[in-house]
Design a protein around this ligand. Structure first.
Ligand SMILES: Nc1ncnc2c1ncn2[C@@H]1O[C@H](COP(=O)(O)OP(=O)(O)OP(=O)(O)O)[C@@H](O)[C@H]1O
Length: 229
């Protein structure tokens, strides 16, 4: 389980996260939701140790985050971070050399799943194709958790559906997924748990199925109630 306990974070004097507490479990898709600037990307970066925290703690399967825990978590940022001139085949080779947890078979399977061309260069990919290749780079690592920042941003409906398919496939399997998205209406059927953030504070976190059955509300209904009032 990824566990944040009373995490706070500041950029210079601005307090961006305040006492953030929630968990993201293995085998579940947990979604961080909130308006622009609520602190979603900052939370993902703190879990990956990319930005320091000023209070609280972050644990992965009970262990405080450290160099070893990063091996268990793969991070898919909101942009493809490889040189534009690099061929996809070279990027895959680079990842294989760099990551001991790289799963070559899964990488090949994902390339086929998304129908990606090994000879294409990163800089020539459309936004949707770049997003798919970004998922390949993240999901081909044998990690226990996958963290994704806006995997659906700017992607057309049909490509979004193709990307969403991967979440319920063996390619994600029993891993824990923590993601952010603004496309909640379209993908809420995928989400097990929602964590609503308002101005760096967890305003509510809930199991989506429970809210559907007990309160007859969708995730968007709860978001409107909690974030817009
Ligand atoms: N490097 C930085 N320096 C200073 N402030 C920052 C920095 N990065 C983010 N912030 C501020 O932290 C707050 C949270 O930003 P963050 O990117 O985490 O929000 P978000 O919920 O992911 O937003 P969005 O939905 O627009 O992507 C914002 O007020 C933002 O201006």
């Amino acid at each position: 389980m990824i566990e944040l306990v009373r995490v706070s974070q500041k950029y210079t004097y601005k307090e961006v996260l305040k006492d953030v507490t929630f968990t993201a479990e293995k085998g579940q898709i947990t979604c961080l939701l909130g308006l622009n600037g609520a602190g979603k990307s900052t939370i993902l970066k703190t879990i990956m140790g990319l930005t320091p925290i000023h209070g609280g703690s972050i644990r992965i399967d009970g262990e405080e985050i450290n160099q070893n825990t990063y091996e268990r978590v793969s991070y898919i940022p909101d942009h493809l971070a490889i040189p534009a001139s690099m061929k996809l085949s070279d990027a895959l080779r680079f990842m294989e050399d760099f990551y001991s947890c790289w799963n070559k078979d899964r990488a090949n399977e994902l390339m086929r799943f998304f129908d990606l061309d090994l000879d294409e260069r990163a800089g020539r990919l459309s936004k949707g194709t770049a997003a798919k290749f970004n998922l390949v780079l993240g999901l081909a690592q044998d990690s226990d958790y996958v963290i994704m920042d806006e995997p659906f941003a700017g992607i057309d409906l049909f490509n979004r559906e193709r990307i969403a398919e991967v979440f319920s496939s063996e390619l994600v399997g029993n891993r824990g997924v923590l993601l952010t998205t603004h496309e909640v209406k379209e993908v809420e059927y995928l989400i097990d748990k929602a964590v609503l953030l308002r101005d760096g504070v967890v305003a509510r976190s809930f199991e989506c199925e429970q809210v559907r059955s007990e309160e007859s509300k969708s995730v968007v209904d709860v978001m409107k109630e909690v974030l817009l009032t």
